[in-house]
Design a protein. Structure first.
Length: 284
């Protein structure tokens, strides 16, 4: 455990969020710091809405080595940092802050790249794929942006609220909206990759689509990771599809954060084991 020998020169990193106390990030990051022998420790900072700029000033003043950013601060941080990476600029959303050698702060968004890394880890290359993305919220936007950059051939966004779907699909040159109704069903049936980026299935056995649309030619990825084995992934496996769970995205967005802060890729398997241990200790 990184925190077992914290000294005067240990670098502090952390997550800002509201709430932050249920975050899995400390478990993932500290396990990887310890495995790498890095003299870093990662904590959670509960920062109320509107407090992100103050948190960034504290980062500068206290020499905090790296920050993760979660709800509701991602857009405010995008406004407050000195520079943005292309994904963070496109999404106007920052989940990672890097303190550069000159003291300036750069905002990155590693969620989408983390999702693509989780696909690749599962042996799935999104280049040339026809993709149906269910949902148009923050996670869906990161996924659409990243899959567009990764060379998906088609990105069809299916969402309950049409305006959000339009804004999400516009993030990729190959993005379009389908549905609701038969057009959405066709888009799912004809896709190579189906991504659930809605919150449907989180803490419940609900499905975000009609399971009869699933078939053995699909890769089905669920961003929901609590439960890890969602009803959607069970239905997909029953239909013969390849499945990718949501923990992969969580792990790889965190791994990319550590790579940005330390300049070396951490052991993603260590992070996944730590996350599984933490999830197993939680109810439901
Ligand atoms: P948002 O609140 O930004 O978006 C939620 C999306 O789900 C919207 O598109 C919303 O549709 C849709 N939705 C919610 N309820 C329903 C419903 N009953 N029927 C149909 N659609 C519904 O959330 P996020 O994008 O941040 O997160 C979405 C999910 O992804 C969550 O479960 C979250 O835990 C997970 N996630 C996982 C990550 C990982 O690392 N694995 C990272 C980030 C998120 P509408 O626009 O119509 O409201």
């Amino acid at each position: 455990m990184a925190g077992s020998r914290i000294t005067a020169v240990t670098t502090v990193a952390g997550v800002i969020g509201w709430p932050a106390r249920h975050s899995l990030s400390p478990a993932l990051h500290n396990a990887a710091f310890a495995a790498a022998g890095a003299d870093w420790v990662y904590v959670a900072f509960e920062v109320p809405p509107g407090g992100a700029r103050g948190a960034l000033e504290a980062m500068r003043a206290l020499g905090i080595g790296g920050l993760s950013v979660t709800m509701p601060h991602k857009a405010e941080v995008a406004d407050a940092v000195d520079a943005l990476d292309p994904a963070a600029a496109a999404l106007h959303s920052v989940n990672t802050v890097v303190r550069e050698d000159d003291g300036s702060l750069t905002g990155h968004s590693t969620d989408g790249a983390g999702f693509v890394a989780s696909l690749r880890e599962a042996g799935v290359d999104p280049r040339g794929a026809r993709v149906a993305v269910l949902g148009a919220g923050a996670a869906a936007r990161a996924v659409v942006d990243a899959l567009g950059r990764a060379g998906a051939a088609e990105l069809v966004v299916v969402n309950r609220t049409p305006d959000a779907a339009e804004r999400c699909a516009a993030l990729a040159p190959v993005g379009r909206v389908a549905g609701p109704g038969p057009a959405a069903a066709d888009a799912v049936r004809e896709a190579d990759l189906v991504v659930n980026a809605t919150s449907v299935g989180m803490g419940s056995a609900e499905l975000p689509l009609d399971a009869r649309l699933l078939h053995a030619g699909h890769v089905v990825a669920d961003l929901v990771y609590h439960p890890l084995r969602t009803a959607l992934l069970d239905a997909a496996a029953a239909a013969g599809a390849c499945t990718v769970d949501g923990l992969g995205m969580l792990v790889h967005q965190a791994a990319l954060q550590q790579q940005l802060w330390l300049g070396v890729a951490p052991d993603a398997a260590v992070m996944r084991t730590a996350a599984l241990r933490e999830l197993a200790a939680r109810p439901g």
